[in-house]
Ligand binder design. Structure first.
Ligand SMILES: Cc1ncc(COP(=O)(O)O)c(C=O)c1O
Length: 391
C-alpha cells in the first residue's frame, strides 16, 4: 500500500481489516450450512440473523424487510423484475432516469422488449431530474419508478422527498425503487420514511467484501424471485447463503455507519481542498459535481485531455482514479451520465472521477494536484497539435 493514493472508492473500496479477519474466521470455523439442523448450521444461521438485524437497523427497517443478494446488480434486477412479475395488474408503464447505472438501464431496455412502455427522464446540466417532467409522465398505468439516490459518476443527490411527493400526488400506487448503492453508509437512509418501496445496497462500496449486497423490500410490497430452488431468504433468493460474505457485510455496515459523520466531514474537506488547489493551479478544468453533491465523489473535466491517457499517467505515479463509469470502464464507452447532462463531448472525453474514503488524506490530495500540474501540460492535445504543426 505504502505510497499508493487510491481515489477510486466509488468503483470499490479497500476492505476494513476487521472485516477481513471476521470473514476468514467465519470461513475457517463457522462453515456450517445455515439450513442444517445441527449446531454448526445454527451457528451459521445466527451470523446471518445478526447481519440482517444490523443492516435493518442502519436503515430503520425491520429485519424481515432485508434480503441478501450477490450485490447491487442483482438487487436492482430483483427489485425491478421481481416487482413487475408479482404485480402484473399495476400497469405496463415504468419510468427511470437517463443517468442510471447499467444494472438498471439494461433491465429497462430488456423490459421494453417484453411489452413495457418505458420513459427515461432527462436531467439538467447538474444531473437533477425535472420534477415537472416526472409529474407529466406518471399515470394510472405507471407501475414503478426507479431512481438512483446518489449518482456514481458525479455524486448528484436526487431529491427523493420531492420525487415521492410527486408520486403521491399523481399515483400513490406507483412503487419507487431506489438504487442506493453509492448512498448507503455515507448518508442517512430511511426508505420507509422517504416513501421508497424497494432499495438496493452493495457491500463492496463500504469496505465490505465483494459479491454481496441486499435488497430492502417494504413489508407492504410483494415481489417474485429471479430464480427458484431451496427457498432460502424467505423464498426470494434460493441458494446456500454466502455466510462469510453476509457476516462481513454486516460488520462493514456497522463500522461504516459508526464512522459515517466523521467520513462525511473528511470527504467534504478533501473535495473542497481539491477544488481550491485546482483553482490556483493554472490547469483548465470544469467541476462537473454540484457543490451539494455527495462529497465522496468529485467529477472533473480537463480541457484538451483524453481521460484514459491521464488515468495511465496518474497510475504510473501510484494514483488510482476512474474515467466515467468505473463499473464498466473496460468497455471504454463514453460517459452516458455527463452526456445526458449536456456536457460538451470534448469535456466528456477529458472527465475523471476522484472518489474518496476514510483512508484518504489531505496530503494525498495535494500530491494528486501536483501530479496533475506535471502531467496535463505533457498530454495536452491542443499543445501537441500546435507543436506538430510547427515541425
Ligand atoms: C449506482 C450503482 N448501482 C449499482 C452498482 C452495481 O453494484 P455491484 O457492483 O454490487 O453489482 C454500482 C457499482 O458497481 C453502482 O455504482
Amino acid at each position: 500500500m505504502g505510497s499508493e493514493i487510491y481515489l477510486d472508492n466509488s468503483a470499490t473500496t479497500r476492505q476494513y481489516d476487521e472485516v477481513t479477519e471476521f470473514i476468514s474466521d467465519t470461513a475457517a470455523n463457522k462453515y456450517g450450512n445455515p439450513s442444517s439442523l445441527h449446531s454448526k448450521g445454527i451457528e451459521a444461521e445466527k451470523l446471518i440473523k445478526n447481519a440482517r438485524e444490523g443492516i435493518a437497523r442502519t436503515m430503520d427497517a425491520e429485519p424481515s424487510e432485508i434480503y441478501f443478494t450477490s450485490g447491487g446488480t442483482e438487487s436492482n434486477n430483483l427489485a425491478i423484475i421481481g416487482y413487475l412479475e408479482a404485480n402484473p395488474r399495476k400497469g405496463k408503464h415504468i419510468i427511470t432516469v437517463k443517468t442510471e447505472h447499467p444494472s438498471v438501464l439494461e433491465v429497462f431496455r430488456h423490459l421494453e422488449t417484453k411489452g413495457f412502455r418505458v420513459d427515461y427522464l432527462d436531467v439538467d446540466e447538474t444531473g437533477l431530474i425535472h420534477l415537472e417532467q416526472l409529474k407529466q409522465l406518471i399515470s394510472s398505468e405507471t407501475a414503478l419508478i426507479s431512481v438512483m439516490l446518489v449518482n456514481n459518476e458525479t455524486g448528484t443527490i436526487q431529491r427523493i422527498d420531492d420525487i415521492s411527493g410527486v408520486r403521491n400526488e399523481m399515483n400513490p400506487q406507483t412503487v419507487i425503487h431506489a438504487d442506493a448503492v453509492q448512498a448507503y453508509g455515507k448518508t442517512v437512509l430511511q426508505p420507509a420514511k422517504a416513501g421508497i418501496g424497494l432499495m438496493s445496497v452493495s457491500s463492496h462500496k463500504i469496505h465490505g467484501p465483494k459479491g454481496i449486497g441486499a435488497l430492502y423490500v417494504s413489508k407492504r410490497i410483494k415481489i417474485k424471485p429471479l430464480f427458484y430452488g431451496g427457498g432460502q431468504e424467505a423464498l426470494l433468493r434460493s441458494g446456500t447463503e454466502n455466510v462469510p460474505g453476509i457476516a462481513g457485510f454486516g460488520l462493514a455496515a456497522e463500522i461504516a455507519h459508526k464512522k459515517m459523520k466523521e467520513n462525511y466531514r473528511l470527504a467534504a474537506s478533501l473535495k473542497q481542498l481539491f477544488i481550491d488547489e485546482l483553482a490556483v493551479s493554472g490547469i483548465s478544468h470544469r467541476v462537473n459535481s454540484r457543490s451539494d453533491a455527495l462529497p465522496h465523489i468529485l467529477n472533473i473535466s480537463f480541457e484538451n485531455v483524453k481521460s484514459e491517457v491521464l488515468l495511465h499517467h496518474l497510475e504510473q505515479r501510484g494514483i488510482f482514479v476512474s474515467t466515467g463509469s468505473a463499473c464498466s470502464s473496460h468497455k471504454n464507452n463514453k460517459s452516458h451520465v455527463l452526456t445526458a447532462m449536456g456536457i460538451p463531448q470534448g469535456l466528456v472525453d477529458g472527465s475523471v472521477r476522484f472518489s474518496f474514503s476514510g483512508y484518504n488524506t489531505k496530503e494525498q490530495i495535494r500530491l494528486t494536484v501536483e501530479a496533475l500540474k506535471d502531467i496535463i501540460p505533457m498530454i495536452d492535445i491542443s499543445r501537441n497539435r500546435k507543436t506538430r504543426r510547427k515541425q
